[in-house]
Design a binder for this molecule. Structure first.
Ligand code: FAD
Length: 467
């Protein structure tokens, strides 16, 4: 009997649970429901949406290589998904619909509605846990609660991990050709902004696999030592691929196992540190599922709901434009706007700067990131922002406030990253780039710091203490 696979943020034919299960049961048809207005309502910008589009084109080609046609429907909102899928199921005599779960609240509601509609119509439907090793609810604390702190989560993750959690799913063999053809992929509607040049991020599984291979060959073993230095490009730059499932966490973790004598928790420090980052990704997915209030723009720590964030349009604008007068912050923000990506160390620095030094509501920063990031991912972005703003799962107390100048000296010691993104400071000697001399600012056309670190730090501490 015919099977339908509904692709979402799992745009690959290899190691795909839903596709494997469907192909084991009968001839497969795939479908993608493009929902641009819904994605925009979730804050995704042109960079991510065009990457999504290119990813669909790539998976379409891969599916056609297996003689699996990809149908395409445009819907405005998730609530149109049940009707669109039922129509296809009836039209093509589908026995069962397969999909891989997504964990944020709106996606879960969408999927629940689709499940109800299919059950109601007495059609088969099967959701698969594919995006992470442990399905939400299967990795809980001793009190049967969701973990709210990363370190014990990661410990439990390692100790409970069994081979089946990371077993790669079978890639289906090419099926017999169906008479049904793929739908053409319509061009995207006009988006609110011009996306970055797509050549920086070729889409699809092949590109993702190449990026993984290059990382493993040249950088993975130095990851622990190099990952905090944005000028070195020591990280994998796989986030955009992981967030749309052009590569899976299993493929990444299997690659580590392969290169590290079968271990994830010990062995090469670079490889194990990298594995740990993939567990962060998983942690924030569990958090979004177990504490759904974070999906409703609420803080993870309810006590911070009352925090008095400042209204400061000028400060927010300076942050967005990379004109705060703190060179590392400004270089990072310019990297984000120019490339759709930002290094993790810098995401922490700029997020803390906005939420602590400027005491501006972290949700504004979260939204700005979402609008620009090519790897924009609700769980990781929300988790990262709440961590930085001390409204989230960080185990450290709110008085950890990075000093942006110290961070700059530590993590961009040669000022190379600053020089790359702030050409106006490139002529300064390396050591002066972290805090350009005040008497040279006019000549450099670079702003003075918009806040004083010490005073701003104190203001944030007072605001948190007042809770
Ligand atoms: P690597 O260092 O090579 O790590 C490998 C993979 O592990 C990443 O691709 C990512 O999937 C995962 N990962 C690494 N660090 C984290 C982390 N802290 N939390 C969750 N997953 C992680 N990541 C996103 O994918 N999308 C986002 O929208 C996003 N927003 C963020 C916002 C803030 C404020 C912060 C502090 C972090 C955010 N991150 C986000 C996490 C992290 O910064 C990026 O995943 C990372 O910089 C991507 O680069 P990479 O692929 O080279 O990472």
């Amino acid at each position: 009997a015919r099977q339908l696979v509904w692709l979402r943020s799992d745009l690959r034919v290899h190691d795909n649970s839903a596709l494997e299960a469907a192909a084991a049961k009968g001839p497969v048809i795939a479908v993608f429901l493009r929902s641009v207005p819904q994605w925009q309502a979730h804050g995704h910008g042109a960079n991510k949406i065009t990457f999504w589009q290119r990813g669909v084109a790539a998976v379409k080609e891969a599916l056609e290589g297996l003689n699996v046609p990809l149908l395409h429907r445009d819907i405005d909102h998730y609530d149109q998904a049940p009707k669109a899928l039922l129509e296809i199921a009836r039209q093509h005599d589908i026995a069962t619909l397969h999909f891989n779960y997504e964990y944020p609240l709106n996606e879960r509601r969408r999927d629940d509605a689709v499940i109800a509609a299919f059950k109601n119509a007495e059609l088969g439907i099967h959701g698969h846990h594919d995006e992470i090793a442990f399905a939400p609810g299967t990795l809980l604390t001793g009190k049967e609660e969701y973990y709210s702190v990363f370190t014990p989560f990661a410990k439990a993750w390692h100790s409970r991990l069994e081979a089946h959690h990371l077993a790669l799913r079978d890639t289906p063999k090419a099926q017999r050709k169906l008479t049904l053809k793929s739908d053409p992929l319509p061009a995207l509607p006009d988006l609110d902004a011009e996306p970055i040049d797509g050549r920086q991020w070729p889409a699809g599984e092949d590109a993702a696999g190449d990026a993984l291979e290059r990382f493993l060959r040249f950088r993975a073993r130095h990851y622990q030592k190099q990952r905090d230095f944005p000028a070195l490009r020591g990280t994998s730059e796989l986030s955009a691929y992981l967030s749309l499932g052009m590569i899976s966490h299993r493929q990444c973790l299997q690659a580590i196992l392969h290169d590290n004598g079968g271990h994830l928790g010990d062995g090469d420090a670079g490889l194990t540190t990298w594995a740990n980052e993939l567990i962060w990704r998983e942690f924030y997915r569990h958090v979004s599922f177990g504490f759904p209030e974070v999906c409703r723009h609420e803080p993870f720590k309810a006590s911070t709901q009352k925090l008095k964030w400042r209204d400061d349009e000028t400060g927010f604008k300076a942050w967005c434009e990379g004109r705060t007068g703190y060179p590392l912050v400004d270089a990072a923000m310019r990297q984000l706007v120019a490339t759709g990506w930002m290094h993790n160390r810098l995401r922490m620095v700029v997020a803390m700067f906005l939420s602590k030094h400027l005491l501006i509501d972290w949700r504004r920063g979260e939204a700005f990131f979402m609008a620009h990031l090519i790897d924009g991912d609700f769980c990781s972005n929300n988790g990262g922002w709440q961590w930085a703003a001390s409204t989230g799962t960080d185990a450290a107390p709110y008085f950890r406030i990075f000093n942006p100048t110290t961070q700059s000296r530590r993590f961009d010691p040669e000022g190379g990253f600053i020089a790359q993104w702030l050409p106006e400071l490139a002529e300064l000697p390396a050591k002066a780039r972290h805090a350009p001399p005040r008497d040279m600012l006019t000549q450099l056309d670079y702003p003075a710091p918009i806040v004083d670190h010490k005073a701003a730090r104190q203001r944030a501490l007072d605001a948190f203490k007042a809770l």
